[in-house]
Design a protein around this ligand. Structure first.
Ligand SMILES: [Zn+2]
Length: 418
């Protein structure tokens, strides 16, 4: 085994294209996302795929990429996507789409996401460990896409958001979410996910809008079960992201020690206090529900999905306003996959409408997400040492955050994205 492994390790290293040459990028404006400072006429220096410095452009200075009248900022981070599978995630999708087909969709979806200016994503739930394969293919340079952190199979209770509730009980479907009940089963699923490549653990603490027969307001795991997931994950140096719409599910998960609360749809004062006290991150995704309500059944959503999306949208908008007002750490995640990929930047305007400044909205997808993912200094910043993940937009996103919706130029790890 050993010689084979050594050979494989060697191939993995040599498969990476060399990128030793120094690259320079000039822009009329550079946005320092930490402070909101807009620097004029700067040159960024990149070596080996990483940023090494930035300085004012000298008169007549030649550069590799002269971008002209654009605003340059760090590549964006989406902390909640589902790249694997066709768009419009059905709970019973696995019955109609093979795992290889879902993975091939993932390749196309990864490209769309990078084209939208998102250079890092956290993928929160995929079947058959296809997200691990996609992450590794992107990292090896054989597929174009954002840098991925992956959660593999979401943990669901029996009858919960990740279970196949519309399938009769006598029909056996073996491969889908990690359905687990009780602390021991949960620990086992966490360890299994880590064994097969999970960077994060995702657990479904309440019902959801996309699944049959679940109630988004209903808590589907006990606090003890959620705590078992957090403990098992922490033992493996992983964090837990919880899917939670309803207030009780949010509170149980935050008390159990999760790092991020996805959807976060129904916040009351106690939930806000708990999230703040525990230093957890809220990851609201109002864009998904709005998209579903706007596109309706023509986009393939079922009646029950649309009814639940409509119902939850009002709560989501109200909770987002509350979270911003309370100064919670609001991270940027879109749940892309439920809606089509590549629209990831459309949610910024909703954050601004709910009371964030454009700078705070940009920070949610850069510095806040970097901190949540424990990747501070590596992504979401233009400081020396960070990956050369760059996004250029026309105009000034601090004046019009919608400028982020139409990228003019994208670079990931020192390479220009075509
Ligand atoms: Zn999701």
């Amino acid at each position: 085994m050993r010689p084979l492994l050594t050979l494989m390790a060697l191939l993995a290293v040599t498969a990476l294209p060399a990128q030793a040459e120094v690259v320079t990028v000039a822009a009329a404006r550079v946005l320092e996302v930490e402070t909101g400072t807009l620097l004029r006429e700067q040159v960024l220096t990149i070596d080996g795929g990483k940023i090494t410095g930035m300085a004012a452009r000298r008169p007549g200075e030649a550069v590799t990429h002269d971008l002209g009248d654009v605003t340059l900022l760090p590549g964006l981070i989406d902390a909640h996507v589902h790249l694997i599978g066709s768009e419009g995630l059905r709970p019973d999708q696995a019955l109609f789409e093979s795992a290889p087909r879902a993975a091939i969709s993932g390749v196309a979806n990864a490209r769309k996401t990078l084209a939208a200016g998102f250079t890092t994503v956290r993928d929160l739930g995929a079947r058959d460990f296809a997200d691990v394969a996609l992450r590794d293919a992107i990292a090896a340079g054989s597929v174009q896409g954002p840098r991925m952190l992956v959660a593999t199979s979401s943990l669901s209770s029996t009858g919960g958001h990740g279970d196949l509730n519309s399938i009769p009980g006598d029909i056996r479907v073996l491969r889908y979410s990690a359905v687990a009940d009780g602390s021991e089963e949960i620990r086992r699923k966490v360890r299994e996910n880590v064994k097969y490549g999970a960077d994060w653990i995702k657990i479904l603490a309440t019902g959801g809008t996309m699944s049959a027969g679940t109630d988004p307001n209903m808590a589907d795991y006990t606090e003890q079960e959620l705590r078992a997931a957090v403990e098992a994950a922490r033992e493996k140096n992983r964090d837990v992201a919880v899917h939670a719409h309803g207030t009780e599910g949010i509170k149980r998960a935050v008390r159990a020690g999760v790092r991020s609360v996805e959807h976060c749809s129904m916040l009351d004062d106690e939930a806000i206090r708990l999230i703040r006290e525990r230093g957890a991150f809220a990851v609201p995704n109002p864009f998904t529900s709005q998209y579903m309500v706007e596109r309706g059944s023509a986009a393939g959503y079922t009646d029950y999905q649309l009814a639940k999306a409509k119902w939850v949208l009002g709560f989501k908008l109200e909770s987002l306003r509350k979270a911003i007002k309370a100064g919670l750490l609001v991270a940027y995640g879109t749940d892309s996959g439920v809606q089509e990929h590549g629209l990831n930047a459309r949610q910024f305007a909703m954050f601004v409408d709910a009371g964030m400044s454009p700078l705070a909205a940009i920070q949610s997808a850069t510095v806040v997400n970097a901190r949540m993912l424990r990747m501070e200094g590596k992504v979401g910043t233009l400081k020396p040492g960070a990956y050369a993940d760059l996004l250029a937009v026309r105009g000034n996103p601090l004046e019009n955050v919608r400028a982020l919706e139409t990228p003019a130029w994208i670079m990931k790890e020192g390479r220009v994205f075509q």
